[in-house]
Design a protein around this ligand. Sequence first.
Ligand code: ACO
Length: 427
Amino acid sequence: MTDETTANLILGDMDYEMPTVVGTESEVGLDVRKLRANTGMVTYDPGYGNTGSCSSAITFIDGELGILRYRGYPIEQVAAAASFVEVCYLLVYGRLPSLGEYDDFRNALTRHTLLHEDMKKFFEGFPPNSHPMAILSSMVVALSTYYRDTTTEADINRNIIRLIAKVSTIAAFSYKKSVGQPFVYPRNDLSYTENFLYMMFSVPTEPYEVPPVVNSALNLLLILHADHEQNCSTSTVRMVGSSEANLFASISAGISALSGPLHGGANQKVIDMLRKIRDDGGNYQKYMDMAKDKESGFRLMGFGHRVYKNYDPRAMLLKKSADQALAELGVDDPLLDIARNLEEIALKDDYFVERKLYPNVDFYSGILYRAMGIPTNMFTVMFALGRLPGWIAHWREMRDDPEGKIHRPRQIYIGATERDFVPITER
Ligand code: ACO
C-alpha cells in the first residue's frame, strides 16, 4: 500500500516530508502517523470527513460516481443474484463460497438460532414499550455472558456464527415483546430470511406462510445494508474492538451508534416525515422551504449523505424494488406517492442540486418495510440485521491487522489555561 511519492507540508521555516499511501482504486492518503512525533502538530478533522482511519479490503465506495462494491463485486450484481447468507460469507471471509462451503455455512447458521432459555428472562424485564433497538443492543452484549471471550480462530468463528444466527431470533423476539405476543421459535427447514419473517409474523394459532415477494424484498434490503465501509456504527465497532473488547460488546456498541436518527434511525424518521406531510394535506413546498431554512431545524430525512454526492446506488435499487413489491402485494401506499413527488421536486431544487443532496438508502427502505408489514419501530433493527456481517468483517479485519493499535484520536484543546483551584469554602 505504500507509495514512493511524498507530500511536503510547509509551515513557516519548516518543510516536512510526508509519505503517501495509495489504495487499489488509486485513492491517495497522506500518511500522518509520524507527524506529531516529528513536528509537534496534529491534523484537525472534526467528524473525520477527511480522515482515513484504517486500510480496508472489504467495501469500496466512490461517492462522486455513485459506486458501491463488496469485496470488488458491484452492488447491482450482488443484489441481483446473491442470497443474504452468501453476502455474509463474502464479507466476513473475503471471498465467494463454493457450493459446499455455502451449504456448511448455511447449516451452521441454522443450527445456532436458538437462544439459551435463560435469556428469555431478560425480555421479561424490559418495559412493554421499549424500543426494539435498545433491546437488541442489550441482548447482544448479554450474549457475551453466555459465550466467553476467545482468541482461537475456531472459537472466534463459532461466535461469529452464533451472533449472525441469534441476532435474527433476538430481533424477532424483541418485536414479539413490543406487541405482547408469545415468542415464536425458529424453524430449521426455513432459509435465514424466511425464518426471520416466520418468527416475526407467526402466532400460535396461525403460522405465517412467507410470500416469496416479501422474502425476496427482505433479502434485497439486508444485502443493500450489509456494509458501507467506515460509517458511524462501523467505526464504532472498530473503535470499541480496538481495545480488544469482545465481538459481542463491539457489535452492541455498533447497534447503539446505528440507533441515532442521523444514521440508521433515519428510515423511521423518513416515514414520520412522510406521514406528517400527508396529514398536513400533502403540502410539499412548505416542507421543502423548511428543509432549506436553517432556523427551522428541519431536514429532509432520507436525503443527503456524507459520502454520496450522487444518487445512492442502494436507493436506486430500492426504489425499483418498492415499486415492484407494492404492485405484487397489491399495496396502495399514499406515502410512496409523497416520496416520489418529494424526490422529483428536490432533485430540481437549486438548494439540493448545489449541495448534491440525493435520496439515500433510507428514503425508500421504510416504504418497502411498511409494505412487508414491518412496523416502524422495527426499521432500524432491520438495518442492524443487514449491517451485522459488515460490522463483523470490520471487527475481524481490525483484529487481524498487524499495524492495528488501540484507537485514540488527539484533540485541539480550547478550554481554560492553567489556573489555581479555589477551595469550596473560599468561593
Ligand atoms: N435536508 C436539508 N439540508 C440538508 C440535508 C437534508 N437532509 N442534508 C444536508 N443538508 C445541507 C446542510 O444543511 C448543509 O448546508 P450548508 O452547507 O448550507 O450548511 C449541507 O447540506 C451539507 O450538510 P452536512 O450536514 O454538512 O453534511 P454531512 O455530510 O455532515 O451530513 C447527513 C450527512 C447527516 C446524512 C445529512 O445529509 C442529513 O442529516 N440527512 C438527513 C438524515 C438522513 O437521511 N440520514 C441517513 C444517512 S444514510 C445512513 O446512515 C444509512
